[in-house]
Design a protein around this ligand. Structure first.
Ligand code: ATP
Ligand code: MG
Length: 254
């Protein structure tokens, strides 16, 4: 059975893409068939796995709009078992174009339904907004994974996000579940205060991943080489953290 996990947080720069790309890499490294889906016009996940946006003609935009079957836009990465449905520049207009389309909230789900059986995990990286693209990411998902950046304002905006997830559950996709929160960019100087941790556990009872992602320069450097951390520096603490997170996910699915 395949599982679609969307990485969502409308806050910018909290580690969504870093988590999507590297969690995907370690899921694939564990032998799982993984598809990374980039629905962010910034296309950071696409470049993060080494695909040059300029070099591709069609991407997830065409699959969402319906001008190409999704199977035709999927590309291999350099890693076995790890494929990507890339983002291209055209995606920037999709949020507006979708407004007048039939099944506008379901178009990603409809596209993924055609191929989901070919994968064990489909990981969707979404943009920092709660617009129609992100709504498509939510509706397409079986589960939501929320990266929480370890910083003073970590939980700011979380209420709004949880409210949006709730609206989607009530109106568009009742089976959507929250898989959990992952703490990212953790370091001893920036550790979350007891109050924030307490509040986080209130929001996500039993759903905060044990695997915490440390702040690590290697994780920030890897994308500029078009490499996941698995290929860039598998011994770094960031790599080990994503490896552990992937294991935690797989084990709790088994
Ligand atoms: N654990 C980490 N340690 C150090 N740097 C990190 C870590 N995680 C992410 N970064 C860096 O922080 C920045 C934001 O991360 P990332 O792009 O993953 O966030 P995002 O939530 O996808 O951002 P956006 O909202 O713009 O899509 C990037 O420069 C990334 O390389
Ligand atoms: Mg991103």
């Amino acid at each position: 059975m395949s599982k679609i996990i969307s990485i969502i947080n409308q806050k910018g720069g909290v580690g969504k893409t870093t988590t999507a790309v590297n969690l995907g890499a370690y899921l694939a490294d564990s032998g799982k068939r993984v598809l990374l889906v980039d629905i962010d016009p910034q296309a950071n996940a696409t470049s993060g796995v080494g695909i040059d946006q300029q070099s591709i003609e069609r991407g997830i935009y065409e699959a969402i709009i319906g001008t190409s079957p999704i199977a035709e836009v999927i590309k291999h990465t350099i890693q076995e078992n790890y494929k990507i449905a890339p983002a291209t520049m055209s995606l920037a207009g999709a949020g507006i174009e979708l407004v007048n389309m039939p099944r506008r909230e379901y178009r990603l789900e409809d596209a993924l339904n055609n191929i989901r059986d070919e994968y064990d995990y489909i990981i969707v990286d979404s943009p920092p907004s709660l617009g129609l693209l992100t709504i498509n990411g939510l509706v397409a998902a079986d589960e939501i994974l929320i990266p929480i950046q370890s910083e003073y304002f970590a939980l700011e905006g979380l209420g709004h996000l949880l409210h949006t997830i709730n609206l989607v559950q009530n109106n568009l996709k009742s089976s959507l579940g929250i898989r959990g929160a992952v703490i990212t960019m953790y370091d001893t100087r920036n550790r979350l205060s007891k109050d924030v941790m307490y509040e986080l556990y209130q929001h996500f009872p039993n759903k905060v991943f044990r695997g915490v992602i440390p702040r690590s320069v290697k994780l920030a450097e890897a994308p500029s080489f078009g490499r996941t951390i698995l290929h860039y520096d598998p011994r770094s603490k960031g790599a080990r953290a994503y490896e552990k997170l992937a294991r935690e996910l797989i084990e709790s699915d088994e």
